[in-house]
Design a protein around this ligand. Structure first.
Ligand SMILES: C[S@@+](CC[C@H](N)C(=O)[O-])C[C@H]1O[C@@H](n2cnc3c(N)ncnc32)[C@H](O)[C@@H]1O
Length: 378
């Protein structure tokens, strides 16, 4: 379990007054408030319900809609468990939906606030998911920062969604209103699987546009995979992404668990394992899994930001969570990039920290003796 992150409330000025939006401290929803303001200012009248936001980071849209007196028939589709918690805190009567339960033609008006940190392929994938949920004639509002790629995204969308029927500008943000006309768009150009050499062995890696390093194995991931401890026991891949470290760690004498808070990561790691004929328990978890026997080895490449800016809070929380579920003689094997400080991230949580390898600006550490040791023996 990850140490609790408090909900914070931020105020947002809207045409009808000011609203308060709750969200977890590690969620980047506030970065998309200008998009929300532009949407509410532009749409004078209530769009046809049901309303939908895909990749919702918090419940800002449902709160703004309630403030404007719109229908409370709406759905929020968060991409990870942290975003879910933020959405839940303010969703009111709106429903929280897992991505895979979003049905075709289920909404009449869809909103995508295209966060550039999802990347080009990730943002396109989110728009496609939102468009699938509309009937022909339904409307999709794409919002984004003009300096952060929304223009190139909207240029790619007419063959996938349909024509742009309205547009608006404000606060350096852009709004494009598309009418869905395309029922059967061409598939997204994306390498969903590839063969990758990881730690000297070839694996089939399944990938997803919304996951970390969607087009290749990140050099820091590769470095950690090349520097795994040579021991058996219970292993945890904490923040497994597409499963590159999970498959690299798989061995007959190890019991493997892989967790991530991203719904898509859990599914993708499962597919990566299956594609290589390997087995592990793969689970959704916000931080380390709860109620488990302690782990002998935990692997982690912690996130350096969850949103637009480098923020060490989420990584520090993940590393603390790792310390809390290690066996007394267990080890966290972690890789940090040059943007991450071992002093700030590792020292508060571990007494014994040993550098193991470094390359391409990344460094692998072995961390033992957590300061939060629970001293449980098997
Ligand atoms: C830098 S990526 C590493 C992914 C993968 N291990 C790799 O090396 O390619 C960090 C991963 O941590 C996950 N993550 C971030 N915060 C998390 C949390 N609180 N609980 C579980 N997973 C989290 C992200 O979804 C992401 O997949």
């Amino acid at each position: 379990m990850i140490p609790a992150t408090a909900l914070t409330w931020r105020r947002l000025r809207l045409p009808g007054g000011s609203v308060a939006i709750p969200s977890r401290a590690d969620q980047p929803g506030g970065e998309l408030d200008q998009e929300l303001r532009l949407l509410m200012r532009t749409l004078g009248r209530q769009p046809d319900a049901p309303l939908l936001e895909v990749a919702a980071w918090d419940a800002g849209l449902s709160i703004a809609a309630a403030d404007a007196g719109w229908s409370d028939d709406g759905m929020l589709v968060p991409l990870n468990a942290g975003a879910s918690e933020s959405c839940q805190a303010g969703a009111g009567a709106w429903t929280l939906l897992p991505l895979d339960e979003l049905l075709p033609a289920e909404a009449n008006f869809a909103v995508v606030r295209a966060s550039y940190w999802l990347g080009r392929a990730g943002a396109e994938w989110v728009v496609r998911a939102a468009a699938r949920a509309l009937p022909v004639g339904g409307l999709l509002a794409l919002l984004g920062d003009r300096a952060r790629g929304v223009e190139s995204l909207r240029r790619r969308l007419p063959p996938i969604v349909g024509p742009i029927i309205d547009r608006a500008v404000g606060e350096h943000r852009r709004l494009y209103l598309f009418e869905k006309q395309v029922e059967d768009p061409p598939p997204q150009q994306f390498a969903w699987t590839s063969t990758q050499r990881i730690a000297g062995r070839e694996f089939t890696l399944c990938q997803h546009p919304t996951l970390f390093s969607p087009a290749r194995v990140d050099p820091a991931t590769a470095l950690l995979a090349e520097n795994l401890p040579d021991r058996d026991g219970r292993w945890l891949d904490l923040g497994c992404g597409s499963g590159a470290l999970t498959v690299a760690a798989a061995r007959q004498d190890r019991t493997l668990t892989a967790v991530d808070w991203s719904y898509v990561a859990v599914e993708t790691t499962g597919r990566t394992l299956a594609a290589n004929g390997l087995e592990a328990e793969v689970r959704l978890a916000d931080g380390a899994p709860t109620g488990e026997q302690p782990f002998d080895v935990i692997l982690c490449y912690p996130p350096f930001h969850v949103g637009p800016r480098v923020d060490h809070g989420p990584a520090a929380r993940l590393i603390r969570a790792a310390g809390a579920c290690l066996a007394p003689d267990g080890e966290l094997r972690v890789v940090l990039t040059s943007a991450q400080s071992p002093r700030d991230l590792l020292q508060p949580s571990f007494r014994e920290i040993t550098p193991v390898a470094s390359a391409h600006g990344a460094q692998v550490f072995s961390c033992r003796q957590p300061t939060t040791a629970r001293g449980r023996r098997r």
